[in-house]
Design a protein around this ligand. Sequence first.
Ligand code: ATP
Ligand code: MG
Length: 207
Amino acid sequence: MIGVLGGIFDPIHFGHIKPAITLKKKLGLKEVRLIPCSVPPHRLMPEAESLHRWNMVSIISGQNGIVADSRELEREGVSYSYDTIFSLHQEIEDNICYILGADALQTFESWYKYEDILTLCNLIVTSRPGSHPDLIKSLSPTMQSRVTSNPKDLQASQHGKILLYDADYLDISSSAIRAAIKRGEHPRYVLPGAVWKYIKTNHLYEA
Ligand code: ATP
Ligand code: MG
């Protein structure tokens, strides 16, 4: 099994990295691919340019089985997760587990071709501060029938399962980091030191 974590990574922080490492260890994933998006489908454009976001993700790539993957940045147009998972599926025979935070699961049923996504991979949902406590009840019955809390169900099925996994509960978000930097604060302990150094050197997110 391989894990795939898509995101804006504007910037990457420990709330992305820690759950990725935990899932890799606990579920025995071969690797976790971090895939920064180019044009997000559901929100404003990222604040930092693609190249900066890619460079920050690359800083931590190659350690602890985490690997940066640039396919969304190389693709024209809106970065649909379906297209990304489809291209991974063409390349990799292994079981693909798409990782998302609970906040992202809340909107999953509005994603482009979300039902087709579930024919190509499994989902792993990590808990996230601020997400709805009745998250599961807010899903459609079909989605609910896919939910499991048993990691073995992922090994048994190449696609269509949604594993809820309480990996790590870190109250960290890129938006809070960007806001802190704008206020002139130094959010050092929520992201890797080398990423913080990169942000300072390149004057990212400053007011
Ligand atoms: P922003 O605040 O700009 O939305 P973010 O911190 O949510 O940024 P994203 O790049 O939007 O980061 O998130 C990418 C993926 O990582 C999403 O699936 C999101 O749910 C997940 N994620 C981000 N932060 C955490 C966290 N602290 N704990 C668990 N999952 C997280
Ligand atoms: Mg987000």
